[in-house]
Design a protein around this ligand. Structure first.
Ligand code: 3PG
Length: 400
């Protein structure tokens, strides 16, 4: 793929797709590490005299963290070093009017691109270029900068559509993630800790990961695999069932191929609000919200025997301080073990801030990406990267 060094941005209208999707609670940003990372790309474009339009998403429609991007725009301002405009619109007349009136060096953040129904489909490039999103916005731009590495595993129009119609290069985050991760993902004795709630992605990558190292699970991912092993989850049964039969069936098929470690105990929140540790496999009296101490000890043994530990997601509902202990204990175990520690994704990175301060410097690599990092580790297709490669050969390498 091409990089920002391949183009002169002065006076160019640049559409920069970044991934500043951040953990949010009650409408407030909990972590700004992705915003900080992408600010570098935006700042460089601003300083090179581009008319910069930033496109990004926050959450998924229907989710608690689905929100506007105004706070993100405000957070970017001091980092980019200029005033950042925000428009509560993506392709409507107000957005187009402001885009067309930008001066060199101006920076505009469009609203959450997933407010448009079309962004939430995944399709082949031929269909993506026909979306209204691409058809309406592309004529207002000279160049597209693909910086959203953390969303590069999605074949959505804003990620994998524009590069087929606009000269496109990788932004600085995309560039450094592709370079950095390809170096660290190739270690011999690896283990993976995979938590969080994006179970469908995990089920998809898992067949390729189990051959590459021991896989430990936490969060909703763990509950899904525990269910696939036949454990009864009590009050959490419905939560797992709501993921759909396909996901649970997918988890079962993964287990036919190899082993996935699941918690042997949980920190459970009872209906009366009390919190207690309960053994897995028994009738749980509440919803499991973290992994228990015996699980941490078992996972620590795996971590201690690994040369590299790859963390994605968290072990529990870390937004609530009562359910952070498992995640923090596992991160600390990894950081003390001497293994190379790779931490990926917004929630796991945010959890690093609760780790003993002196240990934090032992992190080997922090990726902005969770799911995308796993896709790369599993050797799966990255539509956002393929699109940039196509664009480079079609529009840039041949001087077109
Ligand atoms: C992520 O946080 O993994 C990316 O922003 C992609 O988000 P998504 O899983 O909702 O597509």
């Amino acid at each position: 793929v091409g990089t920002m060094d391949d183009l002169n941005f002065w006076g160019k209208r640049v559409l920069a797709r970044v991934d500043i999707n951040s953990p949010m609670k009650d409408g407030r940003l909990l972590d700004r590490s992705r915003i900080e990372a992408h600010a570098k790309t935006i700042r460089e474009l601003h300083e090179s005299g581009a008319k910069v339009v930033v496109m990004a998403h926050q959450g998924r429609p229907g989710g608690d963290d689905f929100d506007h991007l105004e706070q993100h725009a405000r957070a970017l301002e001091p980092l980019v070093g200029t005033s950042v405009k925000f428009v509560k619109d993506v392709t409507g007349p107000e957005a187009l009017r402001i885009i067309d009136s930008l001066e060199p060096g101006d920076v505009l953040v469009l609203d959450n691109v997933r407010l448009l129904a079309e962004e939430n489909i995944q399709a082949e490039p031929e269909r993506l270029v026909k979306t209204l999103l691409v058809r309406e916005l592309a004529p207002h731009f000279d160049v597209y900068v693909g910086d959203a590495f953390a969303t590069a595993h999605r074949s959505q129009p804003s990620v994998a559509g524009f590069p087929y119609v606009l000269p496109s290069v990788a932004g600085r985050v995309m560039e450094s993630e592709l370079r950095g991760l390809s170096k660290v993902l190739d270690v011999s004795s690896r283990s993976f800790f995979i938590g969080g709630s994006k179970v469908d992605d995990v089920v998809k990558v898992m067949p390729n990961l189990i051959g590459k190292g021991t896989v430990m699970t936490g969060g909703l991912v763990a509950l899904t695999f525990a269910k696939a092993y036949g454990q009864y989850l009590g009050p959490a049964e419905d939560i797992v069932k709501s993921l759909g039969v396909e996901v649970i069936e997918g988890a079962r098929r993964v287990l036919e191929k190899g082993k996935v470690m699941v918690p042997v105990d949980y920190v459970v929140e009872r209906p009366d609000g009390e919190v207690e540790v309960q053994e897995a496999g028994q009738e749980l009296s509440g919803v499991p919200k973290d992994v228990g101490p015996t699980t941490v000890a078992a996972y620590r043994d795996v971590i201690d025997a690994s040369d590299a530990v790859i963390f994605k997601g968290t072990a529990g509902v870390v937004e609530d301080p009562r359910f952070r202990r498992g995640t923090v204990a596992l991160l600390e175990a990894a950081l003390k073990s001497g293994a190379f520690v790779l931490v990926g994704g917004g929630h796991a990175s945010a959890a690093l801030s609760w780790v003993e301060e002196g240990l934090r410097k032992a992190v080997g690599y922090t990726s902005t990406a969770g799911g995308a990092m796993l896709y790369l580790a599993a050797g799966l297709k990255m539509p956002g990267v393929e699109a940039l490669a196509y664009s480079y050969s079609k529009f840039i390498a041949r001087g077109g």
